[in-house]
Design a protein. Structure first.
Length: 379
């Protein structure tokens, strides 16, 4: 735990909605002041920091007359977006005031899913964040809820935090929540629930331990956090979940005084291109393959058309697709070298066949191994 944090040079800290809102449903300024002191200490150690913060909708509820017990999923999108527009101002202002007291400048960055799925926009966003952090400016990042539609949303800031970490090549993601990590059962319901301090490899058992979000507080429960941990681990990023409600949670975490769960990275850091591929949340199509092709993928080979059983979705050359075995299990994410129409015609054929019979010319591989990232398997 300590080494994962002490060795990290770039850290993304995700802050949950319940932390930024005080008992009076207003901005929890004492908490902001305390976390600012923690961030100052981390910066003094030479660490680059980005914050992904929930709380815009939570802080805008009162102004919009939204009951605090209403789950975010039950708030109409237009009303939720209006609440976010109101609350974002108060939340960013709180970070700005707290960090300005330590002479740490901040910047507000609002992202949408489309900006990270498009390669050019992704690179622009990454360059902006890198430029800010190189000047010791802490970016305060959130999804641009005021303009995002249901179809192009991250859905929760746990996923956005990991997406940001992948974008800026971070070493560690810290999720500050209202729970101090993963338990083998719900600690709110089971007094004998056992805390799990370290997860070497995420399995189906770990996913089964996770619960949903607490109504009225957030969109991401432990299930969301486990999925975020899977995404992070696949890209060589460690993730820590801990309770952020007490004062100075980061300082306590770094000193080893704080209970938490560390999800270890499963691979070494990937290159920037493969990082972008594996982090895609909205692939354009799916390719179903046979056992022989699945075995070839696990051996590090490219996907050839002859091993394809079925192609679904509509995509162009260069779009992201997911690759599944014949049982439907996801094996990889990659960049298609052909359009969906071409891929459907090529399925089950050798390169010589589709070149001669169909008049399709190009590379032999449907998805080249250099354009593919195998996913972590949850046995």
């Amino acid at each position: 735990m300590l080494r994962a944090l002490s060795d990290a040079q770039t850290i993304v800290i995700k802050v949950g909605s319940a932390l930024v809102r005080g008992a009076d449903n207003a901005v929890n300024m004492p908490w902001f002041n305390a976390i600012a002191d923690d961030l100052r200490a981390l910066q003094a150690q030479g660490k680059r920091i980005a914050i992904v913060s929930s709380g815009g909708v939570a802080l805008g509820r009162e102004t919009l007359g939204i009951d605090f017990t209403t789950p975010p999923s039950q708030i109409p999108l237009a009303l939720k977006q209006a609440a976010s527009a109101v609350g974002q101002y108060h939340m960013y202002n709180a970070y700005h005031r707290a960090l300005a007291a330590h002479d740490i400048p901040t910047a507000q960055v609002l992202l949408t899913l489309s900006e990270t799925e498009n390669r050019r926009m992704y690179l622009n966003a990454r360059a902006t964040l890198d430029a800010l952090m190189s000047q010791n400016i802490i970016p305060i990042i959130n999804e641009n809820d005021s303009i995002s539609t249901e179809e192009i949303r991250f859905g929760d800031n746990d996923r956005l935090a990991v997406r940001t970490a992948q974008m800026i090549d971070a070493d560690c993601v810290i999720l500050l929540s209202t729970i101090d990590g993963l338990y083998d059962s719900n600690p709110h319901e089971d007094a004998n629930a056992k805390h799990i301090p370290l997860v070497e490899t995420i399995t189906a058992d770990h996913e089964a331990m996770a619960g949903d979000a607490i109504p009225g507080l957030s969109t991401g429960g432990m299930k969301s956090k486990i999925q975020a941990a899977i995404n992070a681990a696949t890209c060589g990023i460690a993730m820590i979940i801990t309770d952020g409600q007490e004062r100075s949670p980061l300082r306590a975490l770094q000193s080893g005084e704080k209970k938490a769960t560390l999800f270890k990275a499963q691979t070494s850091k990937k290159g920037a291109r493969k990082n972008w591929i594996s982090a895609h949340l909205k692939p354009m199509g799916e390719i179903l393959i046979d056992d022989g092709a699945a075995k070839a993928l696990h051996a590090g080979r490219s996907l050839l058309p002859i091993g394809v059983l079925n192609v679904s979705g509509t995509f162009e050359r260069g779009d992201i697709v997911t690759i599944h075995d014949k049982s439907g299990h996801k094996l990889a994410t990659g960049i298609s070298a052909y359009t969906s129409a071409q891929a459907k015609m090529m399925a089950g054929k050798r390169a010589s066949d589709f070149t001669e019979e169909l008049g399709i010319t190009g590379r032999d591989e449907l998805v080249h191994r250099n354009d593919m990232v195998l996913v972590q398997t949850n046995d």
